[in-house]
Design a protein around this ligand. Structure first.
Ligand code: GLA
Length: 685
């Protein structure tokens, strides 16, 4: 288990933070404080190009090697980043064509970070050169255990640019995809508004224009930009694999907020690393969903530095951020709680951002493990030191364990991009909110969840939930059918199968290619303003604890063999189906034609739990988050109290807590933000 910090030795070497004789002695002090806090790994170097190469071709890696040597003296491992996220000023001055152009053709200028166009050949050449130089000069250092590629790829909205070289690559991408201009005109539907082109080279980039671009063209642009980001990372991974084959590569990802396909990105990495901004949210299920989304990106062929599966948190915020309107301190115990939440969901490495608040630069008021004074007698340092001790205790028990799940929620980037296009039936539909409603209900019942693309092997899941796969490729629809045919239970919802992978609406009825699976056809759909509700009238075995509204979107469903479990209560579609179930071969296909409030999803999960024989991990009060890591018969349970008040839990068997080493039985008051890590031996009593 790796426990560490994001360290920026360059913040202290100039002006010297040590003495005139020993200018780098601050590094030594940092390493001592790190070791005392339980740190065994640092990430360094993500913005150092301009320091490694102050002038074109004049390299200086000596200072970083010395920083790594200091780490060696203290037995601290190093993840080194390639420095391509921050090209040096001299490079942009010499070759301004590397600067990215925005959708109005304006350059984003040098002087910060991410000022590069990912389609620039020249930028690629310079990246290859600096990566080789870094890897050849520092890659052989005994402390190096992994590489981080770039930093926050696509950050600050730089996933795409509108440069001449981007246009060249765009046309080559379209050429490879469509081959002929006729096919391109047809599949992109360019005859709409008479925008057909005579040559593939005439296809515009979706630049600032009087009104919206063609949706199929926009979707391809997103796919092309995504492929560009992935290719940029793969180019770096290939060089690093060649020079240092034993060091796995990663890059720091956020919870699917950047405009590239994170599953594709995961495919070119050896392991997933995440930036956790958990300080932002207060609902545990929201943080948990983000973690599960990221955890799910790479399910196979994971290669972390210590041979474990799972993922790393390469930037866990140690304190306050600097980009909200009000950047309050993170309350005592909260970083600890978030760290255990990450561990409980599969993290095998956690590094805090950052080691010490810098005295310089735009992030000088960002929280750090150390405050500006660097003394190491501050509150956050003490909290991180306690965590270091806890992680040391937990590491042997967690070795080889992983998170497993019987339920998958389906997600694709193509679909989310399609749903975010302008001119949709309603602006009030939000896919993430829709996913969160299902996720919250599963999380509230302590049922673990994976996220998956429809094209993955779904056969291992007892239940698959597919919220609003508005854009559904033919191949994806086939996979869903196969899953149900073989006995799976699939839940789909309104706004499914309205367009295919070419962004073309079917003329065979919605949801396209799935009307037989669900035994119904959606003939029309009504969308409701936020102030209006319809209502659901539910029948049969479906449990109802509340009167459930139908909101935002109401499909008007014509049954074709499905069983009707619920209807709408009013409007011209009163008594028409809203919730249906269809037996299909060995499985069941359930369709929810609308959205509702949170209690509906709790009722739904109660019903599905019985239908699919899903077991909650533990029975504890609702406000406690439970997750589990498992290896064979060993099962380690994490119980987290996200509330500001204690929660009483009753244990009917003796429990063993790894953090305190105590065994207890009966009632236990889990304090505010408290954590228990229990093992099954204890549970068996
Ligand atoms: C990301 C970056 C860091 C830092 C933080 C600030 O996580 O990787 O370098 O800028 O954002 O939030």
């Amino acid at each position: 288990m790796h426990f560490g910090v994001d360290y920026h030795p360059e913040h202290w070497v100039f002006p010297y933070a040590g003495t005139a004789d020993k200018p780098e002695s601050r590094w030594e002090r940092d390493a001592q404080l790190m070791v005392a806090a339980g740190v065994n790994v640092v990430r360094m170097g993500e913005f150092c190009w301009g320091l490694y190469e102050r002038e074109d071709g004049k390299y200086d890696f000596g200072w970083m090697r010395r920083a790594m040597d200091v780490m060696k003296l203290h037995d601290i491992k190093v993840v080194l980043a390639t420095p391509t996220a921050a090209p040096p000023v001299w490079l942009a001055k010499k070759h301004p064509e590397i600067l990215p152009l925005d959708d109005r053709g304006q350059a984003l200028h040098e002087g910060t970070r991410h000022a590069y166009c990912m389609n620039s050949d020249l930028y690629w050449d310079h990246c290859r050169r600096i990566i080789r130089a870094v890897a050849e000069n520092l890659g052989g250092h005994p402390q190096l255990i992994a590489w981080q590629i770039d930093n926050g790829v696509g950050g600050h909205g730089t996933e795409c640019s509108f440069n001449v070289e981007t246009q060249r690559d765009w046309h080559a991408w379209l050429e490879a995809k469509y081959q002929t201009v006729d096919r391109l005109n047809e599949q992109l539907g360019l005859r709409f508004w008479g925008q057909t082109v005579a040559r593939i080279k005439d296809v515009p980039m979706p630049m600032h224009a009087p009104t919206v671009h063609n949706p199929a063209l926009m979707l391809d642009w997103m796919r092309f930009s995504s492929d560009t980001c992935v290719a940029f990372v793969k180019m770096q991974a290939d060089i690093l694999h060649e020079i240092t084959p034993s060091a796995p590569v990663t890059t720091n990802l956020r919870a699917l907020t950047r405009h590239f396909d994170h599953f594709d990105m995961a495919g070119v990495l050896d392991f997933i690393s995440v930036d956790s901004n958990a300080t932002l949210k207060h609902k545990s299920a929201e943080n948990a969903m983000e973690i599960d989304l990221l955890r799910s990106l790479k399910k196979e062929n994971v290669r972390t530095p210590d041979g474990e599966g799972g993922f790393w948190v390469i930037e866990q915020k140690a304190g306050q951020v600097n980009w909200q309107d009000v950047n309050s301190l993170v309350r005592p115990g909260v970083v600890r709680l978030f760290t255990h939440q990450l561990l409980s969901r599969g993290a095998n490495g956690v590094l805090y951002f950052f080691w010490r608040q810098p005295r310089i630069g735009s992030e000088q008021f960002y929280g750090g493990v150390l405050t500006h004074d660097g003394r190491g007698d501050n509150r956050v340092y003490r909290e991180i030191s306690q965590l270091g001790e806890e992680v040391r205790k937990l590491a042997p028990a967690l070795r080889g364990t992983r998170v497993t799940s019987d339920v998958a929620i389906l997600y694709t980037h193509d679909n989310e991009w399609a749903l975010k296009l302008p001119m949709q039936p309603t602006k009030h539909f939000n896919l993430r909110d829709h996913l969160q409603l299902f996720y919250n209900a599963l999380h509230g019942r302590n049922i673990p969840v994976d996220f998956a693309r429809p094209t993955e092997d779904l056969s291992k899941y007892k239940l698959v939930i597919a919220p609003s796969l508005h854009m559904l490729a033919g191949g994806e629809a086939d996979r869903l059918k196969l899953y149900v045919q073989n006995g799976g239970t699939l839940v789909a919802t309104c706004n499914t199968g309205l367009v295919d992978e070419h962004t073309i609406v079917p003329d065979t009825g919605y949801p396209h290619d799935l009307t037989d699976l669900f035994g119904l056809e959606v003939r029309e759909f009504d969308v409701l303003p936020p102030s209006e509700d319809n209502h659901l009238v539910l029948k049969g075995a479906f449990p109802t604890t509340h009167l459930h509204p139908a909101r935002v979107w109401c499909d008007l469903i014509e049954p074709r063999g499905c069983q009707v479990l619920g209807t709408y209560s009013k409007d011209f579609y009163a008594n028409q189906p809203a919730l249906t179930m269809h037996n299909y071969c060995l499985g069941r296909a359930i369709y929810i034609g609308t959205l509702s409030h949170q209690p509906f999803y709790f009722d739904l999960i109660t019903w599905l739990r019985q239908l699919c024989n899903l077991m909650p991990l533990l029975k504890v009060p609702d406000t406690i988050e439970v997750s589990m890591r498992q290896k064979g018969d060993t099962r380690i349970f994490f119980l987290l109290n996200h509330q500001n008040s204690p929660v009483r839990i009753t244990f009917y068997k003796p429990m063993h807590d790894f953090l305190t080493g105590t065994t207890f039985t009966g009632t236990y008051d889990l304090p505010p933000h408290g954590v228990l890590v229990l093992d099954e031996q204890g549970l068996r009593g």
